[in-house]
Design a protein around this ligand. Sequence first.
Ligand code: KG4
Ligand code: ZN
Length: 343
Amino acid sequence: MKILAIETSCDETAISKVVATGTIKSPRFKVAANEISSQINIHRPFGGVVPNLAKREHEINLPIILANLDKKGFKNKDADLIAVTVGPGLEPALWAGIGFAKNLAKEYKKPLIGVNHMAGHLYSPLLPQKNKAKLSFPAIALIVSGGHTILLNIKDLTHWKKIGETVDDAVGEAFDKVARLLELPYPGGPEIEKLAKLGDPKAIDFPRPMLKQLNEGNFNFSFAGLKTSVLYYLRDHYPSADKNFAANVAASFQQAAVDVLVKKTIRAAEEFGARSVILCGGVAANNYLRSSMKDQCKTSGFKFFSPAFEYNTDNATMIAAAAYIQYLQKKKLPIKANGNLSI
Ligand code: KG4
Ligand code: ZN
């Protein structure tokens, strides 16, 4: 099945072409095109994504990207299925993709399927990558992005139960807010990671929120308090004569966030008898988080799965993967923007 997928839930305008084969238990994906146009430079002066600006940019970019794609893989109009993200995300941004996809489906006379963005992240480890091992179930998945921090107990590719999520800020949001406190540019996640490499992760003992509650079987997260601790620390210690000051704050914050994510995920994997651990979503692009989770999985005897680096942050290839699985499941989502769509 040739799938043309469109993703506009936040500030990346993305279109992919994927050829999907195989069954619902063992889907396979060949990526013919994975185009992403980032709006970072447009939103950077505002320190975050401005929804209506994002919508306007998506509307400008989508036809340009599509026209450039016609020579890649299959001809655009030969797609068997058009897929589009319907949520969660910024609603004005979602509208742009949905409106474009609807017109395309009409023009090409092809079926249109609405896709859950978080399901896209969840399936991203199934896309081509170096790790050829097959996912074994049950699995625990940690999805970490700018808007979500979710732990899922996964029975198979189409059945799961949410066992934990953030009660306030998502971990990506915490990275972005701490970066802003340190006067680093948007998006802050990669900037914190870069700066943290120069600092001492043990320099400051920031709190590890919700770790104590693990003993009560609580798999929820909270990152607002950790961000506030950084705020108070800066208020009390800045300016500082220490030339490593900012790097130490970045490294210590990252260490606290990673500690909580890894400990909770591993404990969930133990408690629910998982064979694999899946780590995905934009924050999974953080090498320190990936290597910490991978090492801990090895120590604890779990197989570790994460997507190829380019499929961690938002892309339309993961939307095509989710579209194929949803299509085989005959699962239909309304073709309507739903900013709060849950997984
Ligand atoms: O999945 P994603 O691309 O978009 C959403 O669905 O939200 O995730 C974006 C989030 C942002 O908060 C960004 O700062 C964070 O992922 N992020 C990172 C890194 N790369 C992206 N956070 C920490 N370290 C990184 N290297
Ligand atoms: Zn995302």
